[in-house]
Write a protein of this length. Structure first.
Length: 318
């Protein structure tokens, strides 16, 4: 079965990530010297970050469990597939970044997050966790799945207090595993769409945006995680029931979504190596809105080009 809704959401999450990185130069998220900070961009960036990565991890968990239940997954094929799609791009592009875009040593780069490639390493570790024990999530009972969901959410909240570098890939597993497990849960127990779900999802979006704007209030990060989780519980069943009719975005956007994710940040980092682009950021506060379609188009074109080269297409997660 083709899940058009999943394809649409995956493209939407990818576009959110690209726009998020286009905004980062104007925020404390990137320490860009000489670029004036824009508080409104910081709020929008935090809001986009609150949803984009949880959507990616939830989709990954959902498709993993659906594939496991519908046709099964051969162990050897599973390992090879995830190594090619996640580990190979992590290593190849990580070495490229170390060689040309950063002063960090190779060990420091991979140990402390691997830049935006942390997603590849984190998702690879998540799949390794569920793979141990011959895909054990397929054999757990409902009561245990609910208990584990609560436990993983609590671990995610507790991880905020761990005095480790937040860029560590292992740390990110603690932060995001609850949404990966939520995707597994939603695929395993098909929750039927209810009329209240779209209202619940909209309410959660509004609350997360307010929490992003009022980050100084106590427990805002815990509340953020909670409402993002509730949003996913409401949004996925409703979307699968109502929005699964057709693919909204061009097929290439979904087909090369991983390639665009991997490449776009590197393209942006290369541009920011030139002083002329740093000056443009200072002179034009609306540059992120102009840069977003350019970065996306360049990344998509490069991903499509690399895919045509048999010896190279693995580096874009193909």
């Amino acid at each position: 079965m083709k899940y058009h809704f999943i394809s649409n959401v995956r493209v939407l999450a990818m576009l959110m990530v690209v726009f998020y990185h286009c905004l980062c130069a104007y925020t404390p998220l990137w320490n860009m010297n000489g670029i004036e900070r824009v508080d409104e961009f910081y709020v929008v960036a935090k809001f986009l970050d609150s949803f984009s990565m949880p959507l990616f991890f939830c989709i990954s968990g959902f498709l993993y469990m659906k594939g496991l239940r519908q046709k099964g997954i051969a162990n050897a094929k599973f390992v090879i597939s995830k190594t090619r799609r996640l580990f190979v791009p992590l290593v190849v592009w990580g070495l490229f970044i170390c060689a040309f875009l950063t002063q960090d040593s190779v060990f420091h780069f991979f140990a402390y997050g691997a830049s935006h490639l942390w997603f590849c390493g984190t998702l690879f570790l998540m799949f390794a966790i569920v793979f141990v024990g011959n895909h054990w999530p397929n054999r757990t009972k409902l009561w245990l799945d609910i208990l584990l969901l609560v436990a993983f959410f609590c671990i995610s909240c507790f991880s905020l207090k761990i005095p480790y570098n937040p860029g560590l890939i292992g740390y990110k597993v603690l932060v995001y595993f609850y949404v990966f497990w939520l995707g597994i849960f939603l695929a395993k127990y098909e929750i039927h769409s209810q009329k209240i779900f779209p209202w619940m999802a909209g309410f959660c979006v509004a609350v997360v945006f307010l929490l992003s704007a009022k980050s100084g209030i106590p427990f805002h990060r815990y509340l953020n995680k909670f409402f993002v989780g509730v949003f996913l519980v409401a949004f996925f069943p409703w979307g699968l029931a109502k929005w699964n009719v057709r693919q909204v975005f061009p097929k290439a956007f979904d087909e090369f979504s991983m390639g665009v994710y991997i490449i776009h940040h590197i393209v942006l980092a290369c541009l920011l190596k030139f002083d002329v682009f740093v000056e443009l950021f200072n002179k034009c506060v609306f540059l992120p809105f102009l840069l977003f379609p350019v970065i996306f188009a360049l990344s998509l074109a490069l991903a499509m080009f690399l895919k045509k080269i048999p010896a190279v297409n693995r580096v874009i997660g193909w």
